[in-house]
Design a protein around this ligand. Structure first.
Ligand code: SF4
Length: 445
């Protein structure tokens, strides 16, 4: 039995990935309730209106199939909302009744329901397997399947497939690449889509997102870097098989070592040097770690969420001599436990980690009750544990529904690591100040 899962449903990931394509309207092939939930989850986290359409299944379509609904939807959406692309994902319901969405998409094209210059793509996201991360990965792989093409000339550019991170993280990855003089195609790219500036005018399709010509050109790139194996490996393999673009799969660049690995890989793939400005960012991070080390050393940490974030985060906590003792991810996958064993077996042999169906928030809470920790890191759902156990709590990952601002400040790269460190030390010191006796309170720490 799963109590309080440390994951959410597949289509949410597919919807988030689709929003990282410019002019794209995600479409949920199922009932209105599913689509409403997916949009709500994304809207609550990003504090932006998330647009998506639905096939609006009724009892009839649930029995006889949703082909007629989807064909009608495609016609209506192109006529009324005029997107460049409709990205269809399935739901539990349409998967259970066995709708062949591949065939329906082809029929929509054959019947002339997709106007010239417009696109209709799809991926399957049955939510009774995997998690939102699986859905994200499936939609990203689908972008490669439908768009990437190989021409006769290679382009002097590197593909970066982004794992599930905040729009601000995607912007930071682009900033780092520009600083290094590396030409990249980042996909998906939700910067300027889910953190678009307030201008006073409603723009249905914000200016951000990878464009379709850019997606097509990924087949001519020199190399691909996937950030986060759970989210990006399938797409990178597909791109290699389809267009012979070799790839490296790295961790999401959270923390010192993972960012070092990303900068080195990008420098090699793009054939550019690492500029002094990036080395200086790194130096400032190392300086900050040195200044904070005495407060962080040996502190026990519990963390939960998505595997692509937990692995580099664990590595970063070890780098700064904290002790990640409990780690839980609801996303299944064989890579997680070996990656954790590799990181933790020598440095924190007493650590406990688990992923998949039985790795839930209840389990994490039980572990904390058996032997307490000094810090909790994860999404909004940890607030009840933090409150019950009086723990300093850093909100990180998806979803964060009870705070504003997380999607505007990066966690990736050296600057992102500095943001993260500031949050970690902030909550630990705050508890110290609030809990210590009157005579022990210090002005200077
Ligand atoms: S029915 Fe399935 S697809 Fe719909 S919201 Fe629930 S888990 Fe997600």
């Amino acid at each position: 039995m799963t109590i309080n899962p440390a994951k959410t449903c597949q289509p949410i990931g597919a919807m988030y990935a689709a929003l990282g394509v410019h002019g794209c309207l995600p479409h949920s092939h199922g009932s209105q309730g599913c689509c409403s939930y997916h949009r709500t989850a994304l809207t609550r986290h990003y504090k932006e209106p998330v647009m998506a359409a639905t096939s609006s299944f009724t009892e009839g379509s649930s029995v006889f199939g949703g082909q007629a609904n989807l064909l009608q939807a495609v016609e209506t959406i192109f006529a009324v909302y005029n997107p460049d692309i409709i990205a269809v994902h399935t739901t539990c319901l349409s998967e259970t009744i066995g709708d062949d969405v591949n065939q329906i998409v082809q029929k929509a094209r054959d019947d002339g329901k997709v106007p010239a210059g417009k696109y209709l793509i799809h991926c399957n996201t049955p939510s009774y397997v995997g998690s939102h991360i699986t859905g994200y990965s499936n939609m990203v792989a689908s972008l490669v399947k439908y768009f990437s093409a190989k021409s006769v000339t290679k382009k002097n550019q590197v593909n970066i497939i982004s794992g599930w991170v905040e729009p601000s993280d995607m912007r930071e990855i682009k900033r780092i690449a520009a600083e290094m003089g590396a030409k990249i195609v980042l996909f998906p790219d939700t910067s300027d889509v889910l953190d678009a500036p307030m201008t006073g005018k409603h723009i249905f399709y914000p200016k951000g997102g990878v464009t379709i010509p850019e997606l097509i050109s990924t087949g001519d790139s020199k190399r691909t870097i996937g950030l986060g194996p759970f989210c990006t490996e399938d797409a990178a393999i597909q791109l290699d098989n389809k267009c012979r673009v070799k790839f490296d799969i790295l961790e999401i660049p959270i923390g010192l070592k993972a960012t070092d690995a990303f900068i080195t890989a990008l420098s090699r793939a793009a054939g550019v040097k690492v500029p002094d400005s990036i080395t200086d960012d790194r130096g400032r991070l190392v300086d900050m770690i040195t200044d904070m080390h005495k407060y962080l050393y040996g502190k026990r940490v519990a963390l939960y969420g998505d595997p692509d974030i937990l692995v580099p985060l664990t590595e970063f906590l070890l780098t700064i001599d904290m002790k990640p003792v409990y780690i839980v991810s609801g996303t299944p996958g064989k890579r997680f436990e070996p990656a954790m064993e590799n990181l933790l077996s020598k440095k924190v042999p007493e650590s406990k980690y688990k992923n998949g169906e039985r790795a839930d928030m209840f389990l994490m809470h039980q572990w904390i009750k058996q032997e307490p920790v000094d810090l909790l890191i994860g999404n909004t759902y940890g607030k009840y544990i933090a409150r019950d156990e009086n723990l300093p709590f850093v909100r990180l990952g998806f979803p964060i529904m009870d705070r504003v601002g997380h999607s505007y400040f990066p966690t990736v790269g050296y600057i992102g690591a500095m943001n993260l460190l500031t949050k970690i030390l902030g909550v630990i010191m705050e508890k110290e100040d609030n809990a210590c006796s009157e005579e022990k309170i210090e002005l200077v720490m």
